[in-house]
Design a protein around this ligand. Structure first.
Ligand code: HEC
Ligand code: HEC
Length: 309
C-alpha cells in the first residue's frame, strides 16, 4: 500500500513538475519555433514606417501624456476582461525602451511572443497575428522604430486578476494555441489579394477585434472576422465577412474609402477603437487599402450579429 501511494505521489509530482516546466519560459521556442528570425536583406525603414501604420503600434504604445504619437513610452491602459494591461515602452531608449535590443530579439518578440530574457508575452500584444509578419518586414519595423525619439520612463505593471496574473502559464498557452504555420503567398490568387490577406491577417490584426473568442482567449476559427463582443467596452464589433450581417452590401471601393476617411456608405463615421484604426489605415497607400477590401470581399460569408442592433 505504502509503495502504491509512493508511486502515485511520484507520478503526480512528476506530472506537476512537467506541467510547470512546460508552461515555463521557453517551451514554445523549444518545441514549435520555426526559427524564422533573421532577415535576408539590409533593413528598409521606409517600408517599416508603412508597416508601423498598418500595425497600429502607436495605438497601444504611445505615451498617454505626450501629444506626439511617435513617443512610444507606453503606459496607456488597455482594458480587457482579464484585467488592465499597460503596454511597455518600445521607444529606442536604452534603459527603459528597446534601445539595446538586437534585430533577432525584436523579430522573436513579434513572431513568437518571447522576450529577450525568455519569458512569454500575453497575447494582449497581438503577436498571434504579428507572427505572420515576414522576418524581412519585422526587421524593417525595427529599423523604423529606431529612428523615433527615445523616451524615458516605464509603464506600470499590468493589473490582472488571478490566474491571468501568473505569466508562467503563457508558455503552455502558446504551445497549445499559437499557430505554427506561416502565411505564404497563394500563387493561384492575384497579387493584391495576397497583399490584402497579409495586411488583414498579419500586421493589420483585424481579426483580433473583429472575431469572438473562446474561454481560453483564442479566436474561434469558424467565426473568424465575423464580428464579436467588444472587449474594450459596450456594443459589438461588426462582421467583416461578405454576409448580409457584414460587408455583403458594401463595394470594395466603399470598404477602401472607410479605411481612408472613417465614413460608412451611410455617412456614419466609425467610432471607438475603429476611429483609431482608421488614423492608421489612412496612412496606407490607396493600393493597400484596396487590397484589404479585395481580400475581405473574397472571404466566405459567415453569419454574425445583425447590425440593426
Ligand atoms: C492592442 C495593443 C497593442 C498593439 C496594437 C501593439 N502592442 Fe506591443 N505590446 C502590447 C502589450 C500589452 C505588451 C506587453 C505584453 C506583456 O507584458 O506580456 C506589448 C509588448 C511589446 C513588445 C515587448 C516590449 C518589452 O519591453 O518586452 C514589443 C517589442 C512590442 N510590443 C512591439 C509592438 C509593435 C512593433 C507593434 C506594432 C506592429 C505593437 N507592439 C502593437 C500591446 C500592443
Ligand atoms: C482595436 C480593435 C479593432 C481593430 C484592430 C480593427 N477594428 Fe474595425 N472596427 C472596430 C470597431 C469597434 C468597429 C465599430 C465602430 C463603430 O461602430 O463605430 C469597427 C468597424 C469596422 C468597419 C465598419 C463596419 C460596419 O459595418 O460599419 C470596417 C469596414 C472595419 N472595422 C474594418 C477593419 C479592418 C479592415 C481592420 C484591420 C485593418 C480593422 N477593422 C481592425 C474595431 C477594430
Amino acid at each position: 500500500m505504502g509503495r502504491l501511494i509512493r508511486s502515485v505521489l511520484a507520478a503526480v509530482t512528476l506530472a506537476a513538475f512537467s506541467a510547470y516546466w512546460l508552461s515555463g519560459f521557453d517551451a514554445y521556442t523549444v518545441f514549435r519555433s520555426d526559427g524564422r528570425l533573421t532577415s535576408s536583406r539590409p533593413p528598409n525603414a521606409a517600408n517599416g514606417k508603412v508597416l508601423f501604420a498598418a500595425g497600429g503600434c502607436f495605438s497601444c504604445h504611445a505615451s498617454p501624456s505626450s501629444p506626439d504619437r511617435l513617443h512610444l513610452g507606453g503606459g496607456q491602459p488597455l482594458k480587457t476582461p482579464f484585467g488592465v494591461f499597460y503596454p511597455p515602452n518600445i521607444s529606442p531608449d536604452p534603459l527603459d525602451g528597446i534601445g539595446r535590443w538586437t534585430q533577432v530579439q525584436f523579430i522573436r518578440a513579434l513572431r513568437e511572443g518571447t522576450a529577450p530574457d525568455g519569458h512569454s508575452y500575453y497575447p494582449a500584444f497581438p503577436y498571434p497575428s504579428y507572427r505572420h509578419i515576414t522576418p524581412d518586414d519585422a526587421a524593417d519595423l525595427f529599423a523604423y522604430i529606431r529612428t523615433l525619439p527615445a523616451v524615458s520612463g516605464r509603464a506600470p505593471d499590468h493589473d490582472l486578476a488571478f490566474p491571468y496574473s501568473v505569466r508562467r502559464g503563457l508558455g503552455l498557452w502558446k504551445l497549445a494555441f499559437l499557430e505554427g504555420t506561416a502565411i505564404d503567398n497563394d500563387p493561384a490568387r492575384p497579387a493584391n489579394w495576397n497583399r490584402g490577406r497579409y495586411l488583414v491577417e498579419g500586421v493589420g490584426h483585424c481579426a483580433e477585434c473583429h472575431s469572438p473568442r473562446s474561454l481560453a482567449g483564442t479566436i474561434i476559427a469558424e467565426k473568424r472576422l465575423a464580428g464579436g463582443p467588444n472587449l474594450e467596452g459596450k456594443g459589438f464589433v461588426p462582421n467583416l465577412t461578405p454576409d448580409k450581417t457584414g460587408l455583403g452590401e458594401w463595394s470594395e471601393a466603399e470598404i477602401a474609402s472607410l479605411l481612408k476617411d472613417g465614413f460608412t456608405p451611410e455617412f456614419d463615421s466609425v467610432g471607438g477603437a475603429m476611429a483609431d484604426v482608421v488614423r492608421n489605415t489612412a496612412q496606407l497607400s490607396d493600393a493597400d487599402r484596396m487590397a484589404i477590401a479585395v481580400y475581405l470581399k473574397s472571404l466566405p460569408p459567415i453569419a454574425g450579429q445583425s447590425r440593426s442592433k
